[in-house]
Design a protein around this ligand. Structure first.
Ligand code: ADP
Ligand code: MG
Length: 316
């Protein structure tokens, strides 16, 4: 088996995946989607993946897609779609990655599946967005403004009526200009206040439909991403909040059609709320508090379930 790992950088995650593949007798090779080409003169299928000659890999693990212009990102996703159309299993599924990268689509699908998620708005009119922020602010609430394609807790801002340690009485924070950093889109989600001190969120990893590991993340501030320096504690899935978190994370992953996902949840008034679903999820923080080898679980699911299903389709 020759497995391609699509990644724009080689680091801890790709090393873990390559080792897990090797341990299972598969040959892993990384390539950058930005370097993958369309060339109708090269081979019948028209694709060139660096390191694969005229061949196509037996499967592709999508570990990273570099940001770029609208055209560049569309083309990189098109390579994944093309691979899938040519019968190469892509993990996560290309369409599911698109759904999960777009926070508005994620919210829409969570909502349609009846899963608890905070009230959320996505719109382009600055006037309407401003009016919404004023209305929420007047009711004493704040909203989180997020870059539509954001990740790792970057670029998030609280707007509306913000109460924090610096302003315990609260103050109004207006909506910033949406062009820089937000691409002209206002994705606004009602802020979920911390219920404990310090506050935390949860990350649950779902692989092949099953929640396998979870942690509580304690950020330095209200943003609890590991990339922003959060401290991680294991969250058992078989007791306390665990079973409920597992059920929600599995349903959220299913709603987006993902093979595996890192699901972010926060404690709400009536139980956990699903905040976000990551289809290109990092697991270094989770690995630190998890006994099993996460890369091994992912590779087993890719080789065992995903590739086996693709093989069955080809033979049918
Ligand atoms: N509605 C919200 N209320 C309170 N905190 C939030 C809310 N949305 C996000 N956060 C905090 O910010 C973090 C990052 O938000 P998230 O939507 O997961 O974006 P990213 O893709 O950058 O991880 C979350 O893990 C959580 O700690
Ligand atoms: Mg997140």
């Amino acid at each position: 088996m020759r497995i391609a790992i699509a990644s724009d950088e080689s680091g801890w995650h790709t090393r873990r995946l390559l080792a897990a593949l090797r341990a299972r007798g598969a040959d892993g090779r990384t390539f950058d989607l930005a370097q993958a080409r369309l060339d109708t003169t090269h081979a019948g299928h028209g694709l060139v993946l660096p390191g694969f000659g005229r061949e196509l890999p037996d499967a592709v693990f999508v570990r990273g897609i570099a940001g770029g212009s609208f055209e560049q990102v569309t083309r990189r996703l098109a390579v994944l779609h093309a691979l899938q159309a040519l019968g190469v299993p892509v993990y996560n599924d290309a369409r599911a990655i698109e759904r999960s990268v777009d926070k508005s689509m994620t919210t829409l699908l969570l909502h349609a599946a009846g899963l608890p998620t905070p009230p959320t708005w996505a719109l382009e009119s600055p006037q309407l967005a401003q009016r919404l922020v004023m209305r929420e602010s007047a009711a004493g609430r704040s909203l989180v403004l997020k870059p539509l394609f954001g990740s790792q807790g970057k670029g998030l801002q609280r707007v509306g009526w913000v109460v924090d340690d610096e302003h315990p009485q609260g103050r109004h924070v207006p909506l910033p200009a949406l062009d820089a950093g937000f691409g002209g889109v206002a994705y606004l989600q009602r802020f979920v206040p911390a219920r404990t001190r310090p506050g935390h969120d949860w990350r649950v990893l779902v692989v092949g439909g099953v929640a396998r590991a979870a942690m509580r993340r304690f950020g330095r501030h209200w943003i609890h991403n590991v990339a922003q320096g959060a401290r991680c504690e294991p969250q058992p899935l078989d007791r306390g909040d665990g079973p409920r978190l597992a059920r929600l994370a599995e349903a959220a992953t299913h709603a987006l059609g993902l093979d595996y996902a890192g699901v972010d949840l926060m404690p709400g008034d009536d139980g956990p709320l699903v905040i976000e679903v990551n289809g290109v999820a990092a697991w270094q923080g989770l690995q630190r508090v998890t006994a099993g080898d996460i890369a091994g679980w992912l590779v087993d699911d890719l080789l065992g379930r995903k590739c086996a299903a693709a093989g069955r389709r080809l033979r049918a």
